[in-house]
Design a binder for this molecule. Structure first.
Ligand code: CA2
Length: 146
């Protein structure tokens, strides 16, 4: 049997600032903590992670295109692009592997503009409001799904 490819963990704009601002909304964990959680969780299932963050829409889209052939699953927190980007959704819909959309905060309990996601309809599932634990749960789901 061939080894499954890495699970891509893609974080969008401003998530590089995690742990440095707005701890009341996003907590005190940093992006490095997110990556460590994903790597550890995946390792428990003998799987690997390719974690990246960008503040640029086109870069995220290029990574989704790469994931089409390289990834065994994708976890995405598109940040603000969740609520604006048809282009990112158009890329994500081409994936043939499980796709989990993660939000650290409960986007449904916040401003109305955060209640709508262009990504959710094309995701396998969505996790919101569980802090960075949502990333670990998303990885676990993908690993258990096989
Ligand atoms: O809750 C989430 O994970 C979000 O995807 C985060 C996005 C926001 O636009 C979405 O509505 C919900 C924003 C990420 C900004 O992250 C920061 C973290 C710390 C300090 C400043 C920004």
């Amino acid at each position: 049997m061939t080894t499954p490819g890495p699970i891509y963990v893609l974080n969008g704009p401003n998530l590089n600032l995690l742990g440095q601002r707005q701890p009341e909304v996003y907590g005190r964990d940093t992006l490095d903590d997110v990556v460590a959680l994903c790597v550890e969780t995946a390792a428990g299932f003998g799987r690997t992670v390719e974690a990246r963050q960008s503040n640029h829409e086109g870069v995220l889209i290029d990574w989704v295109h790469e994931a089409r052939t390289e990834a065994s699953g994708v976890v995405v927190n598109p940040g603000g692009y969740t609520h604006t980007s048809v282009a990112l959704r158009d890329a994500l819909v081409t994936l043939e592997v499980p796709l989990v959309e993660v939000h650290i905060s409960n986007v449904h309990a916040r401003e109305e503009f955060r209640n709508h996601s262009y990504v959710s309809p094309v995701a396998t599932g969505v996790i919101a409001g569980l802090g960075i634990a949502g990333y670990g749960l998303a990885i676990e789901y993908i690993c258990r799904r096989g």
